[in-house]
Each structure stands twice: as structure tokens, then as C-alpha cells.
Design a protein around this ligand. Sequence first.
Ligand SMILES: Cc1cc2nc3c(=O)[nH]c(=O)nc-3n(C[C@H](O)[C@H](O)[C@H](O)COP(=O)(O)OP(=O)(O)OC[C@H]3O[C@@H](n4cnc5c(N)ncnc54)[C@H](O)[C@@H]3O)c2cc1C
Length: 380
Amino acid sequence: MLQNSRNDVLIIGGGVAGSAAAIALARQGRGVTLMERDSEPRHKVCGEFLSGEALEDLDALDIDVASLGAVPINYVRLAAARNAAQAPLPFPAASLTRKALDTALLAAAVKAGVRVETGRAVQSLLRTDANCWRATLEGGATHEASTAFLATGKHDLRGHGRPKNPQQWVAFKMYYKLSRDQTADLGDASELTLYAGGYGGIQPVENGVTNFCCVVQQRYLVEAGLRWELLIQRMQQDCPHLAKRLTGAVPLLDKPIAITHIPYGYMRHTTEDGLYCIGDQAAVIPSFTGDGISIALHTARSATSAYLAGEPAAAFQKNLRAAMKSQMRLAELAADGLNNALARAVLPFVLRVWPGAMRVTASLTRVTQPAHVVPQVLAG
Ligand SMILES: Cc1cc2nc3c(=O)[nH]c(=O)nc-3n(C[C@H](O)[C@H](O)[C@H](O)COP(=O)(O)OP(=O)(O)OC[C@H]3O[C@@H](n4cnc5c(N)ncnc54)[C@H](O)[C@@H]3O)c2cc1C
């Protein structure tokens, strides 16, 4: 039977941004329906690094990451070829699998009174009149509200898409059990490894597992032979430090999780009345910053405040973009630097002689907090 409903707010997508917004709105007494296409949280392509700001936002939502098994991360390490250098992180940080985090956030949304519908994708989100957004789910059920929050992450909803990034990036995530020596050597660091066609982050997550999440240009993947086994070999040839790290490592997934067409650098600048775009639907920062979750939480928080304060969605989106612009540009410049052979050659040496460089970079790329939003950047 179709279950149609009328609500104050619809939220499309039950990842970090959607769940965080749902919790905030339900706590303010709004009737919220959140629609998530997966029947339960699953592993997602993500480095799973939680920056200081992300931890603060999660704490405000009563998500106790320590009790979920989050691992403290105290250092950032940069590795290219055989060289590595590290610096202490200038703020507290942690790592936690997305499966654990997304599960906790959805449970908190249910507890806050959100009507959560899982297991069916929203197929269309249409404005039927000046005061009504209608979401139609697979199977035909519809939900209506005067306001909608678009939080579908990397996935575009028909009619609300983003331009494709001409630079074709592909991202993979694999979990490993590292050898005992390499686990000790990695320690409590988030390690960024650089190679000719992109970069990868390696860091411990809960239960003694290590996350390796990498981003490669499409051409690098093609040159490597379009297969994960060949790609990971190629990355290890390019970055012997990574080869050392993975010596004796046991892969814990049958195959890596992958996503394509990541619109890095995207910032939404317009929206329709009553449609707030949050998380990756608002902005997609280069992954090496380890800041996407923080941005998802910030945009959820700032959009819900804007909605509750009666700020129109279009004004919110415009202000958000203005607030994030310089941070995004710096992150993109830094990402270009990581893809530059000379930069790859000298960066670890620079860090070795000047470990404070990483702290300086982190503070330079952090923007001051405007009325609504925003985050910080760090390498990780
Ligand atoms: C390679 C890589 C590494 C990264 N590493 C980090 C990191 O270490 N730290 C960090 O902070 N950030 C990192 N990020 C970024 C971070 O993962 C994202 O910015 C963050 O997940 C965005 O949250 P979101 O809520 O917008 O999207 P998501 O968390 O992706 O949630 C979107 C949800 O919408 C659902 N959905 C999609 N379409 C529909 C539909 N039609 N109907 C219903 N539901 C739908 C999806 O199933 C999903 O659950 C990384 C990103 C990449 C690509």
C-alpha cells in the first residue's frame, strides 16, 4: 500500500548531512520525513577522518564517537616515493567508519522523532505549487512538504543535477588488517601518500582495521589496466612508502568500494524556493582535506538555522557559497600542488625541515566563521 504523507520538511538522503539536519529540525518540533535509498547504512568511499569541527558538531548532536569506537588521530604524515614526514595535528581529530557513524546518526534521528523511510530511492522531487515539494519514491509513494532539504551526497537527483567535472576522478576504499609492525609504525597518524595519478589516505579506524582510501585520475586507472589489483600495484611502484605500509597487509573486503565522477570544487550557487541543498549537494571539497564530513555537518546546521529563522533558501545558498569560496579555492590549489611532480618530490623534505608547515597550511585554509557555516581544512 502506498503511504503518502504531508510534513513540515522533507529530507532526501540519510547520510551525514541529511541525518544531522533531520535531528536538528525534529528537536525544534518540526515534522520531518527523511528518505534514504539504502535499507541500512553501508560502507561508503570515505577516508573516515573526523576533524575537530566535525567532532564538535557530532557532540552537539549527542553522538558520542568514543563510545562507537572512534580512534584518536594526533598526527598527519605526508609520504611521497620513499620519504615521509609528519607534524602534530593542530586540533583534536579521530576516525570512525562511516557505517558506524551513519548508523548512529540515523538512530538519533529516529529518537528525535523523525519519520525515517529506508530502502527506497527518491525518484523525483518536484515543486507542485508555490507551497509544496513532492518527493516520489520507487514504488510510487509520495511525501509532501513546503520545504525540502537535498542531501543525496555524490548522487544527483533528476532535475537537480550538478555539472560534471571535466577532470575524471575515481575513488576507491579498501579496509586492511596491517601487519603488526606496520600498525605500530602508522600509529595514531593520518597518512597521505602521493603518487603520479592522485593520492591516498591511510589511517586506523575502529577494531584494529586500517582504511586505505584513494583518489586517482581516470587516465592513471586506464594506464594501470582498469583493475584494482593492477592499480594498487602501480600506486605501490610509484610510492614505495605505500608498498612498505601494505607489506603483509590482509584485505578485508572482497573488492574495494568505488565511486566515479566526483565533482571536486563544486559549489551550488542557486536554488529554488524552499529547497536547501546541504552536504556534498552544497559543496564538494577535495578529499585530501578530510573536511567533507565537517562541511556536511556545518551546512546541515546552518541550513536548519536559516530555515528556522525564515531565511529563504536562495539567500542561504548564496551566503553559503560566499562564505566557502576562499576555502574551496585554497583546497583546490593545494590539490593541484599534490598532483604536481615537483611538489611531490619536495613536500616531504619541506615538512621534515619545517614540521610546522602543516599547521600553517591548516590555519591558512581555515576560514573565519561567518553568520552561517563554515569549516576548516587540514591535510589528512
Ligand atoms: C575519496 C574520498 C575520501 C573522503 N575522505 C573524507 C575524510 O576522510 N573525511 C571527511 O570528512 N570527508 C571525506 N570525504 C568526503 C565525505 O565523504 C563527504 O563529503 C560526506 O560523506 C558528504 O556527506 P553527505 O551527507 O552530503 O553525503 P553522503 O554521506 O554520501 O549521504 C548521501 C545519502 O543520500 C542517499 N541517497 C542518494 N541518492 C538518494 C535518493 N535518490 N533517494 C534517497 N536517498 C538517496 C545515499 O544513499 C546516502 O546515504 C571523502 C570523500 C571521498 C570521495
